[in-house]
Design a protein around this ligand. Structure first.
Ligand code: NIG
Ligand code: FE
Length: 410
């Protein structure tokens, strides 16, 4: 099947030669073509350019007069497999309890784990599929999904099997991350090493043996896993070929960035708590700093210093962190709005961060994240809008009209 989208007001995110990521001042450059067409054949982009070079016909034509086309968002950090929402903790925080206090008393991640352990794999799959469909409707065209609400051998594997089923049954590129080290279960509170041993010697071999994960994650932060524990777990992950992608510096300057760099993490994510030393540590590395501003919004945290990071020459990716505790939202356009309003990223920087740099943080830059011949036709068609900046500006409007994933309309 060939699909020709024509009369596009502006086609954004084009590349003649595929890049794997953009950093520093390059992040402000988003190549585009006005009055454009894009041609899809089967699942791929095969041609694009100005309307004057538009091919005669295709099996299906879409008129995009007044509308924009962009590469679909690449959301490189989510936790969309979970059992239940946690709005009672949201109300507790409104009344003055902190995220850490709730966690220390068995709420938070441990609350989600109790609920997930009690839920069947099928029921988890159904609810995660609903969330996957929801986020594709917001324009997400590639996604990473973590385990980490199982926290037992059996339930961590159950989560990863759900992610495997999502991969098998959907065209959207999905990466799976093993996050057994999301929190220390209550019963190991006074014997942390025992749980870490289970992660290293029981969970990891089976996760890797069944090929259930692409990456290994640790929540390296105050009250969760120490730098030393993180180092040990990531080292063990590497033995099974699992690259690290870690949670770092959400609640404190935890040393997570430095350990991520030492362990050659694909990405270090969150980074609400940063100093000049962390920015320095990331320079010249292959680790993608990934910012999750809807978490800062929802938990009322300081936002990550995106402006300083980009001005220091670093790349930055944006992701949703969709999960029931700190970010009950997978709406990437809202992430872009927060990136612009709260972190002073320009709309062009925000789009690059949410597309090509997100793709990098999932090792998918050769397939998605820009408009490039040979890449997957994972595309967003907007409603009629005046400019690119209108997308983050009109933060409450639903501006996405249609989404294609691998050349198929979603
Ligand atoms: O990325 N920070 C750690 N993990 C998740 C939140 C987990 C939860 O509260 O359920 C996050 O924000
Ligand atoms: Fe997270």
């Amino acid at each position: 099947m060939s699909i020709l989208i024509k009369n596009i007001k502006t086609l954004f995110g084009i590349e003649e030669q595929s890049k794997i990521s953009v950093s520093g001042s390059e992040m402000g450059e988003l190549l585009s073509v006005d009055n454009a067409f894009i041609l899809i054949e089967k699942n791929k982009i095969v041609n694009f350019g100005e309307m004057k070079n538009c091919p005669d016909r295709a099996e299906k034509e879409v008129d995009a007069t007044g509308k924009m086309v962009l590469p679909a968002w690449c959301d490189s950090h989510t936790h969309i497999v979970f059992a239940k929402s946690r709005e009672e903790e949201f109300v507790m925080r409104i009344k003055g309890k902190s995220y850490e206090e709730i966690a220390e008393n068995g709420g938070g991640i441990l609350n989600s784990a109790r609920k997930l352990q009690a839920m069947s794999e099928d029921a988890l799959y159904d609810s995660a599929l609903e969330r996957l469909k929801e986020v594709v409707g917001f324009g997400t065209g590639a996604i990473e999904i973590k385990s980490g609400y199982g926290l037992t051998h059996e339930s961590e594997l159950k989560m990863l099997r759900v992610i495997r089923r999502l991969k098998e049954n959907n065209d959207i590129p999905i990466k799976a991350t093993f996050l057994g080290a999301h929190a220390i279960p209550m019963e190991y509170k006074n014997n942390r090493n025992k749980y870490i041993d289970i992660i290293i010697n029981k969970m990891l071999p089976e996760v890797a043996g069944e090929g259930l994960a692409d990456y290994c994650d640790v929540f390296c932060d105050k009250g969760f896993f120490t730098v030393e524990e993180t180092d040990r777990i990531l080292e063990a992950g590497w033995k099974y070929g699992l690259k690290p992608k870690i949670h770092a510096n959400e609640l404190a300057i935890s040393g997570g960035v430095q350990i991520g760099v030492k362990q050659k993490a694909l990405s270090v994510d969150h980074l609400e708590c940063m100093s000049a030393a962390e920015i320095e540590a990331l320079k010249g590395t292959e680790t993608m700093p990934t910012l999750l501003p809807s978490t800062a919004f929802f938990l009322n945290l300081t936002y990550a210093p995106a402006r300083q990071m980009i001005d220091a020459g670093l790349p930055v990716a944006l992701a949703s962190d969709y999960n029931p505790g700190s970010t009950p939202s997978g709406r990437m356009p809202f992430v872009l709005s927060l990136a612009c309003t709260q972190m002073k990223m320009t709309p062009e920087e925000a789009v690059n961060a949410a597309t090509i740099n997100g793709a990098y943080a999932m090792e998918l830059s050769d397939q998605v994240g820009s408009i490039c011949k040979g890449k997957l036709a994972n595309l967003i068609l907007t409603k009629k809008i005046p400019s690119l900046a209108f997308i983050p500006y009109a933060f409450g409007s639903d501006l996405i009209e249609r989404v294609w994933i691998s050349g198929k309309e979603w």
